[in-house]
Design a protein around this ligand. Structure first.
Ligand SMILES: NC(=O)c1ccc[n+]([C@@H]2O[C@H](COP(=O)([O-])OP(=O)(O)OC[C@H]3O[C@@H](n4cnc5c(N)ncnc54)[C@H](OP(=O)(O)O)[C@@H]3O)[C@@H](O)[C@H]2O)c1
Length: 287
């Protein structure tokens, strides 16, 4: 069930801020949680969405460096698994919204920037590394391409035949996924698995140690899985990535491609697009 409803206004706790939301993101995990695919029970009513951009209208105890009225983008306290697709959202990690990103782009930026930053750090992606991203046209992939190339890495990105130019436009060398992939990608130093089959990627990398997955929860193939850190307070990892993405955006070296923009009231259509598994870029709800 997903429907528009009135719920109690959230308030910023210690170390948090509240924003009047202008735009917020929709992730595959939001739809998975809604559909019960993770076996995780959330208290109802549950407000989906883990990232948003908006105007600061409440500042929690102990928070410094931000004023009422500031424009920011960031993530909710992930222990709550949601709260962003609403009129007001409480953020636990944030950065100033760069003028170069529209509200829609900023609203859908934070979760994928945090995920991509965490993954690139774990894979040791830096200058001179060749990185293969499986699922390069998705929300995480499109962001990871740009953050990895900004580190000086060479990026190869798998995508469907229709999204090759899209992936190339973000700075990756595009390759079509599927049979024969190993012949098309050579021997990358590191592999980030967002979509597709992990087993093929282990064979391509030559070792499971070189592969990191964000989406294969099976534990098969011996590859590392990284989860978004949950817990109260601002996540230093997220802050680190958000500030870098904001700076890159200011230089014209980072953008958030939008797969679909829907009014907040039309969250259902946004979830349906996400569930196709073929959204290209980020899905966003606007207030
Ligand atoms: N662990 C974490 O912290 C974390 C954080 C964020 C997301 N995730 C998970 O990571 C996964 C990716 O997230 P996302 O937001 O990027 O998803 P998404 O935006 O829904 O990804 C859709 C993309 O996947 C591509 N795709 C579909 N099948 C593919 C295949 N076989 N090979 C390569 N690409 C394929 C599609 O490209 P084409 O249309 O060209 O096929 C499409 O662009 C999801 O499962 C999500 O739940 C985990």
């Amino acid at each position: 069930m997903l429907h528009v409803a009135e719920v109690a206004e959230p308030h910023a706790g210690p170390g948090q801020i509240r924003i009047a939301v202008r735009a917020s993101g929709v992730t595959p995990a939001d739809a998975g949680l809604r559909a019960g695919r993770f076996g995780t029970a959330v208290p109802l009513p549950h407000v989906p969405g883990v990232d948003a951009a908006g105007v600061v209208d409440e500042i929690g105890a102990g928070v410094t460096g931000v004023q009422l009225g500031d424009e920011v983008f960031g993530m909710v306290d992930l222990a709550r698994l949601g709260g962003a697709n609403a009129e007001h959202a409480v953020l636990a990690g944030w950065a100033p919204k760069p003028a170069a990103l529209s509200w829609e782009q900023a609203g859908g930026a934070a979760a994928n920037v945090e995920t991509a930053t965490r993954a690139l750090d774990l894979l040791g992606v830096r200058d001179g590394v060749t990185l293969l991203i499986a699922g390069a046209a998705g929300g995480v992939g499109t962001v990871a391409i740009q953050l990895a190339t900004a580190r000086g890495a060479t990026v190869i990105g798998t995508a469907g035949p229709a999204t090759q130019d899209f992936v190339a436009g973000l700075g990756a060398e595009p390759v079509v996924y599927g049979e024969g992939l190993a012949d098309r990608v050579g021997k990358p130093d590191a592999v980030l698995h967002c979509a597709g089959t992990v087993g093929d990627l282990v064979a391509i990398a030559g070792s499971p140690d070189r592969v990191l997955t964000i989406s294969d929860l099976s534990g098969e193939h011996g590859v590392r899985l990284t989860h978004t850190a949950a817990g109260p307070g601002a996540d230093p990892q997220a802050l680190h990535g958000l500030a870098i993405a904001a700076e890159l955006a200011g230089k014209g070296a980072f953008t958030v491609p939008l797969a679909g923009v829907f009014p907040l009231e039309d969250g259902r259509a946004a979830h349906e697009l996400s569930e196709t598994g073929h959204a290209h870029g980020k899905i966003v709800l606007v207030n």
